[in-house]
Design a protein around this ligand. Structure first.
Ligand code: GTP
Length: 351
């Protein structure tokens, strides 16, 4: 589970909303201005289009304030906006300077829609603008000179390339920061923040498809003695060793996380409690069989655990962890090195 698309979408929303609101404000004011200018020039179709866009900008501004569907509103506004721009380029009354607006397309499209969709939308509208330019000025000897054409083309491609590169690097830094924010620095496992985010996604999937999901809470036994006897560095090494076993043993669709201290939570997707117990026992035996080596000394490790199943034992992460925690403490009381399923009699005896 290495993707961060949902978190990234949430992270991009506030700044995309700010860019959209600025665009809406500017097009409202600009629309009214160009409406007046076009009325004075008796260019009524374009004046009417500018007025409609200004009113539409106002309506969208009100709609996006509390929307849950920002991406849809971005498309619902920018596509008519860019199309109106093309309409202005076609207008016989418009001067060649109107083509300068085309340079705003790649910037706005990338800022508002990200690198992939931004590139597609920019390429489409810039190609339309190039065709309009050609058909409008193909008989104009002045405009069809190689120098102005090369100038316009290179400038347009430069703005497109820089907008795209900017968005790629911005998304990459965002992914890097998200990864750092959602990773436990000692073990490299996911942390509580990521656990919460993935749980919410998986919960929706479980409710939609009716698939099971279990939460396994693991706690190292007598870990204080490891620190006291071998030192804190050895304790850290033991935590890394357990993390390595979790990563190696679990399926790619499961999420092993470190909650803090010597406590781990594993989110087992598409897994009911009885199957989760089998997985947990496999982990428990692997941990027992692989002592951490600190300065050539083996540190024997065992874990106790509790399992709770989504739906049966709770519908949110907090209650599931709390139910698993009750079983974990029961497992500790029963002698440690065992896993118990919530609401059942002791399900495993070490041996
Ligand atoms: N080395 C190391 N130790 C940690 C870390 N986080 C917590 N600990 C130690 O983990 C120990 C946990 O001790 P306890 O809560 O008493 O649990 P325990 O000794 O494992 O006993 P039981 O859970 O009852 O089996 C404490 O000594 C903490 O200092 C860490 O990041 N690194």
């Amino acid at each position: 589970m290495e993707d961060y698309p949902e978190s990234q979408k949430h992270l991009a929303r506030p700044y995309r909303k700010a860019v959209l609101k600025a665009l809406l404000g500017l097009t409202f004011v600009g629309g009214l201005l160009f409406f007046t200018l076009n009325i004075n020039k008796q260019n009524y179709p374009l004046a009417f289009a500018e007025l409609v866009m200004a009113m539409y900008a106002m309506a969208v501004y009100r709609a996006v304030r509390n929307t849950q569907h920002l991406e849809r509103w971005i498309l619902a506004y920018t596509l008519p906006f860019f199309t109106t721009m093309m309409f202005s380029l076609v207008s016989p009354h418009a001067t060649a300077s109107v083509f300068a607006w085309v340079l705003s397309i790649p910037i706005l499209a990338h800022l508002l829609m990200g690198r992939r969709l931004g590139l597609i939308i920019s390429a489409f509208y810039m190609a339309c603008a190039a065709l309009i330019f050609y058909f409008k000025y193909r008989h104009s000897a002045e405009m069809m000179q190689p120098l102005p054409i090369a100038n316009i083309s290179v400038m347009s491609l430069t703005v497109l390339a820089f907008s795209h590169i900017y968005e790629i690097t911005r998304e990459q830094s965002e992914t890097r920061l998200l990864k750092i924010a959602q990773t436990d620095s000692l073990t490299g496992l996911a942390n509580r923040v990521r656990l919460n985010a993935v749980f919410e996604q998986e919960r929706a999937r479980c409710l939609r498809h009716g698939t099971p999901m279990s939460v396994l809470l693991l706690d190292l036994d007598h870990f204080k003695q490891v620190n006291d006897r071998f030192g804190h560095e050895a304790g850290d090494l033991a935590l890394k060793q357990v993390s390595k076993i979790l990563r190696q043993t679990l399926r790619a669709t499961d999420l092993p996380t470190r909650l803090g201290g010597e406590e781990f939570v594993v989110l087992l997707t598409d897994t009911a409690a009885d199957k989760a117990l089998q997985v947990a026992d496999k982990l428990r035996l692997a941990i027992e069989a692989s002592p951490a080596l600190y300065q050539d000394q083996p540190i024997l490790l065992t874990v106790s655990g509790g399992i709770a199943q989504f739906g049966t034992d709770g519908h949110d992460l907090r209650s599931l962890i709390s139910r698993a925690d009750q079983s974990l403490y029961q497992a500790k009381d029963d002698g440690r090195n065992r896993i118990l399923v919530a609401g059942t009699a002791p399900a495993h005896c070490p041996g």
